[in-house]
Every structure is written in C-alpha cells, then in structure tokens.
Write a protein that binds this ligand. Structure first.
Ligand code: SF4
Length: 468
C-alpha cells in the first residue's frame, strides 16, 4: 500500500533503502549487486516528486528526459505511459538507470536536494525501464516515418552509434551500422562488468532498437577493412561514434611484462568470457592472487571488483591523490571496499618488476603528498623524496583512460596542420555530411552524454537532408 505524502513529508529526508546483494555473496559470482527497487518502493519514491513546472532536474540530464512527466505517470500507477515517455527519450534507460552518475547529473539538480534528499531519479528510471523490458513495451515500427530514400552509415555500435541509428531509422532513413568487433554494444557490453550492468539488459535494449530495421555488419574496421572515403561516396551522411579505443599507457618501465593488462583489455576479455560462458575457463594470465589496479575512476573500481570475483586475495587500487579526489562514484568505491578491495592512495607507480620469465612480480610506487588546488578543483600532488613502496603483484591492470582512434584522415584536408577535427555543437564536423559523437569527442564521458550526442547528431543529419 503506497502511503500518500503531504508536502512536509516530501521535503524531509527520504528513508529509501536501496536493496543490494550481501557482500560475501557478491564475490562468489557475478550476480548484479544493486537489486533495484520494489514496486512499492518505486511508487512511494515517485510520490515524493513535486512534479515541478520548471524542473531543474531536467537541465541536469544530458538527454533532457521529461523527468517530472515520467515520475508523475509512475506515481499515478500508469506504468505504460511512464515507460513510453522514458523510452521515447532514452533508448538505453535500463542501462542508464544502472550506470549513469545521477548524483552529479539530474539528482544533483533536483529541488529536493536543497531541503532533504533528492528524488532517486536513476532508481526510478531503472524500475520503469525494467518493467518495460519485462512487459515487452516497445516503440514500435509504427512510429517510423515513411522511407526518405536517404542512406546513413553509422560507425560504431556503442550507445552513441545505436542511438543515432535508431533516431535516424525512426525518421525514415535507411541506416547501416559498421562495427569493428564481433558484437554490437561497445562499452555497454564489453566495458562494464556483469554485476553492474547485466548483459541480458544490454542485449534486450539493443534488440529492441535493431527491430526498427537497422542493418548491422560486424568485424568491419573503418579505416582498415574499408576506407572512410568509400563510405563517403556511398552514403548521404555518416555518423562516427567509434568510441575511444586507443589506450593510455602508464609510460613506466615494465609495462610490457606478462600479466600487465590495460583495463580495456581486461574488462573486454572477462566480459567476453562471461558472454560465452567461459568465465571458469579463463586464461591463467588474467587471474591473479595479488592484484594491483592503477587508477582512480569507475573503470579502475570495476577491474578491482572483477579481480576479487576471479580469486584475487589481495586486490589493491593504487591512486596518486587521496580518496576524496578519486573520480569514481562514491557508491562504487563503497561497494568495492565492502567486497574487500583495498585503496592505496597518495601512491604513484614508477616501475613494474618481473622475474626471469618476464612475468610481473611487483610494482614500485612513489609516495606522494597533496599541495594546492589546481584549476580543475583538485589538489596537486608531489613526490615525497626517497619514499618508495613495493607491492607484490602477480597481475597488474592499468585504468588510465582511453583516447579516440582517428579514422577519417584520408578525407580530412586539414590533417597536416592540426591533429584534431573541428566538431560543432550539433555533432556536425568541418567535413560536410560527417557527424561525430560519444567518447571520440570527449574524455570521461557518461553513457547519457553519448546518447545525447547520438540524438543531437541524428537531428542535425535530418535537418541536413531537409535543406539539401
Ligand atoms: S526537481 Fe526533483 S522534485 Fe522537481 S520534478 Fe525534478 S525530480 Fe521531481
């Protein structure tokens, strides 16, 4: 029974308790950690929403979901309407509800954050979107406009590419996606572990989009398998959403030793093993008892938590600043600690050592201290002379970020003068008919930002065709 709330109740602190799997149970497998709200909890939380006329939460959402509308529909127990509002704005609402940092986006801007506790928008998004998946609620092909006769190539099938493809398909354009890997989904499928974002959710959301008649060809690396200039001749427009596939290495001696992995490779290998039901037969080189993870973001946390589940007895995250400066989400850090992951802060790796077989044995770290704040609002760090620590390690994973791989060099006349292509706010580039979005145009972007890029570019491509 959902309790009706008066304004005083709505403004006071919420006692919403988010169910999570017990920490001991978690590390014995890959089951999802955050279990999601019950129907009663979701209704109760939706009832707290003030349904603001000028809703500040919407401005905090990169996709500009009509948050008061979908939460209002949920509070009125009109789940189908809530699902439809959400799905029309966000094709990956179940995924976003799980992995987007709402606490720094929409929830940070919720008016109730000032008075008590913000509405748990992410948890409600997940509840409604999961209900829609379970009940097969789909934006049907009936919403698709008549065929326009225009062809669009989409490069990459991560959240930006798939969103652009689905928006363009709904507008009546014929779309073909070129994916470099075996499967579609990009970071959603291969970059986030099962216990944070189950594959069945990603696969269900992608299948729903592909039902719109989008064609997809996997194992095509644009720039190698096929030249960008060929696609440019063949298609009326191109959206490039190829993500950020190039890895930033630590740049220290020993990084090429056996047992040293980039986070991208480690997560892709373990996710693929999970998808192919080979997680128990994983290559020994990916398994370690003493694991050192270098980095302080969500990817570093993900790697450490995977390593714990794969038998790591001592799993340490090494970060050069303090815990307060770590860019990872607070609840992910909390979950990692609950699962036994240790944080070694104010430490920066300077050398990785190996044995005669060139297998990693330890990591040497320089101890650091914090200084004044820099322009990004974080404190600078300085080495403490002579203070080195050694960490025994049989597996080392570095999670220092990725950058985009340039793929349009054969088309881009300005390449000899600049190594960065100009991308305008709409996603349009300085080459007519080519649009970009997702992780290839920003660093540390969220899934919601990639989706927003895909939507913006699809809208700009549609306008481009109309004006042609
Ligand atoms: S700002 Fe908060 S209370 Fe207002 S509509 Fe958005 S979620 Fe609801």
């Amino acid at each position: 029974m959902v309790k009706q709330l008066n304004i005083q109740n709505k403004l006071s602190e919420s006692n919403l308790c988010r169910p999570t799997l017990d920490s001991m149970e978690r590390i014995n497998g890959f089951r999802e950690v955050e279990l999601g709200l019950s129907r009663e909890q979701a209704m109760q939380e939706a009832n707290r929403c003030l349904r603001c006329k000028s809703a500040s939460c919407v401005a905090g959402c990169p996709i500009r979901i009509n948050i008061p509308e979908f939460i209002g529909a949920l509070a009125d127990e009109e789940l189908y309407r809530a699902a439809h509002i959400l799905q029309r704005s966000n094709p990956f609402a179940s995924s976003c509800g799980r992995v987007c940092p709402q606490e720094t986006q929409c929830e940070a801007r919720c008016i109730l954050a000032k008075a008590g506790t913000p509405i748990a928008i992410g948890a409600l998004e997940r509840f409604v979107a999961d209900w829609a998946l379970d009940n097969k609620v789909e934006i049907g092909t009936g919403l698709r406009r008549a065929a326009s006769g225009k062809n669009v190539a989409v490069i990459g099938s991560g959240p930006a590419g798939l969103t652009a493809a689905s928006e363009l398909a709904l507008k009546g354009h014929s779309v073909k996606i070129y994916e470099a890997l075996d499967d579609s989904g990009g970071v959603l499928l291969l970059g986030i572990p099962e216990f944070r974002l189950p594959k069945r959710i990603v696969i269900a959301e992608i299948s729903r989009l592909l039902n719109l008649g989008i064609k997809i060809e996997c194992n095509v690396f644009v720039g190698k398998t096929v030249a960008m200039s060929e696609l440019y001749k063949e298609y009326d427009a191109i959206f490039v959403g190829n993500g950020a596939a190039s890895i930033i290495k630590p740049g220290i001696p020993g990084e090429a030793l056996k047992g040293v992995y980039s986070a991208k490779k480690y997560l892709a290998s373990t996710n693929l093993a999970w998808i192919n039901q080979r997680i128990n037969g994983l290559s020994h080189s990916l398994l370690g008892k003493k694991v050192t993870v270098i980095g302080g973001g969500n990817t570093a946390i993900d790697c450490a938590r995977v390593a714990r589940r794969l038998g790591g007895d001592q799993v340490r995250i090494v970060y050069r600043r303090s815990e307060a400066e770590m860019p990872a989400r607070l609840n992910e850090i909390m979950h990692a600690k609950e699962e036994g992951v240790e944080l070694t802060t104010l430490s920066s790796p300077v050398r990785i050592l190996g044995n005669a077989k060139r297998r990693v044995t330890s990591v040497i770290c320089q101890k650091m201290e914090l200084g004044k704040y820099d322009t990004s609002g974080r404190r600078r760090f300085y080495p403490i002379e002579g203070e080195l620590i050694r960490m025994d390690s049989d597996l080392v994973i570095y999670a220092l970020g990725t950058v985009a791989v340039p793929i349009m060099t054969d088309l881009w006349p300005a390449r000899k003068r600049r190594n960065k292509i100009v991308v305008y706010e709409t996603g349009e580039t300085e080459i007519s008919g080519i649009y970009m979005g997702g992780d290839n145009i920003r660093t540390n972007g969220t899934v919601a930002q990639a989706i927003a890029d895909g939507k913006r570019a699809a809208s700009a491509i549609h306008t481009f065709f109309a004006l042609k």
